[in-house]
Design a protein around this ligand. Structure first.
Ligand SMILES: [Zn+2]
Length: 474
């Protein structure tokens, strides 16, 4: 019997607004616990929340970038549950009328492209954070009221690779749309996985479990693989899968039961009486639409048609918004798009991958890299020298200029200077000059070698060849 997995994802993303969703408290990450708080986000009696307009704007941007329809009327609801991270004992979310509906995203794994439907995107408030210590559990309410969007997909995903590709793609798109920093290590992007198994070809879904709060792509991949194997094993043993919420135990690489899964009615959703519905007209939606930056799909097409990049290069660059930004900043100071793409994708990416960092963490600035490429173009240094310089820039953060100077690397392209050296070489190697004139063309190679030796490899080989040719054939 062959089985397949059926996955739907719920992705929580913190929006990058400066203030919280219903009060003016800062959303800044990493501040002292319980300093970004006020009576509103602490849920004190008698306070009145007011929706931060930016939250609606950012959520609409997210919806548009994921091909959703934007609802002109949506409302906020209370989702009731009792837990210490939620001082009001309810979370303000959206239930039956979310802000964005019916989007999709195409994801490719290998040769296969699958369209993953997006059921809805709604806005809600984040909860506080529990900090477990030896002396007990502490609560930090700084995160309480930070705006979130929750992106809910259709159960269209069939493998861990597809799920990870989808998640990466959503992250990239939201970074382009500039609605979130999507920093997973800070909890700005978290995944819940709904997973069930069924016999391949079966029409009906199996019973699903939900795994909560996966906070990296690696965790997402591992948790899916584990949960699939666990369910298949259970089904093969004739056991019944129980609908439940599970937690991924990162230390032991297993999923463990958190609680039996609650249904929507357990939350006693009801309309939030203190907040007005979100009403948007065409004018507002269109003005947000026109303010959207270029998205990766369009950018890729433009790179191919305008910059003449290959489909592969354009794909690699646009698949990572930060890499793309870095590349475009190079082009502001260096005007050969293909060469720049090549250096970023081949040389720079190799350094990044080898050192296991990411583009946002590197010490090289785009401007510095542009100057390095200009050095090659102007014949100041060779391509080979530039690779060494790039490595040192990467490791030390020194500028291209400092390194070239300190290493005495500059290539001699100055014709006057080279001619002097070449005249000297010709004078001292009359035998080779005679050989050349007698038809032994390989003597030329010997003479080039002598020039390179005399300059310790710093002569621009192309210039040396040109000058030698001219002098020998005169
Ligand atoms: Zn507040």
């Amino acid at each position: 019997m062959k089985y397949e997995m059926v996955i739907g994802l719920e992705i929580h993303v913190e929006l990058g607004t400066k203030s919280k969703i219903f009060c003016s408290c800062s959303t800044q990450f990493g501040n002292k616990p319980n300093t970004n708080v006020c009576p509103v986000c602490l849920g004190m009696p008698g306070v009145l929340p007011v929706l931060n307009e930016k939250v609606a704007e950012y959520a609409v941007k997210a919806g548009l970038s994921l091909n959703c329809e934007i609802a002109k009327f949506s409302k906020l609801d209370r989702k009731n549950y009792f837990y210490p991270d939620l001082p009001k004992a309810y979370q303000v979310s959206q239930y039956d009328l979310p802000l964005c509906i019916g989007g999709y995203l195409d994801v490719s794994v290998g040769e296969e492209t699958t369209r993953v439907g997006i059921t809805r995107i709604h806005i809600e408030e984040d909860a506080g954070k529990l900090v477990h210590t030896q002396d007990g559990t502490l609560i930090d309410y700084n995160r309480c009221g930070v705006p979130l969007i929750e992106i809910v997909t259709e159960p269209d995903i069939r493998s861990a690779e597809q799920a990870v590709e989808f998640a990466k793609s959503v992250r990239n798109i939201l970074l382009y749309a500039k609605v979130s920093d999507c920093k997973m290590q800070e909890g700005s992007m978290r995944f819940d996985v709904n997973l069930s198994v069924r016999e391949q070809g079966a029409k009906q879904f199996g019973t699903r479990t939900e795994m909560k709060n996966l906070s990296s792509f690696k965790m997402l991949q591992k948790a899916i693989e584990y949960e699939y194997a666990r369910q298949v094993k259970a089904v093969k043993n004739g056991e019944r899968i129980i609908q439940q919420t599970r937690r991924w135990d990162e230390t032991n690489n297993v999923s463990v039961v958190l609680r039996s899964k609650e249904n929507a009615h357990d939350y006693r959703y009801f309309p939030e009486p203190d907040l007005l519905p979100v009403v948007l007209n065409d004018e507002v939606i269109n003005s947000i639409k026109t303010s959207m930056p270029e998205m990766p799909k369009e950018k890729k097409q433009r790179y191919i048609s305008q910059l003449s990049l290959s489909e592969y290069d354009a794909g690699v660059l646009t698949a990572n918004s930060q890499l793309c930004e870095f590349y475009e900043n190079i082009l502001k100071e260096f005007n050969d798009a293909k060469t720049a793409a090549n250096w970023v994708i081949v040389e720079l990416m190799a350094l990044i991958n080898k050192s296991d960092t990411s583009i946002e963490e590197i010490k090289i600035t785009a401007s510095s890299m542009a100057q390095l490429l200009n050095f090659i173009k102007d014949g100041k240094i060779s391509g080979k020298m530039a690779k060494d310089v790039l490595l040192e820039m990467f490791e030390t953060g020194s500028s291209e200029d400092e390194i070239v100077k300190s290493k005495g690397l500059s290539q001699i392209s100055d014709a006057g200077e080279l001619e002097k050296i070449i005249d000297e070489i010709l004078k001292n190697n009359q035998a080779s000059v005679n050989d050349y004139h007698l038809g032994k063309k390989q003597a030329m190679g010997f003479l080039v070698g002598q020039v390179m030796r005399a300059t310790k490899g710093a002569a621009n080989p192309q210039s040396v060849n040109e000058i030698l040719n001219k002098k020998l054939n005169n």
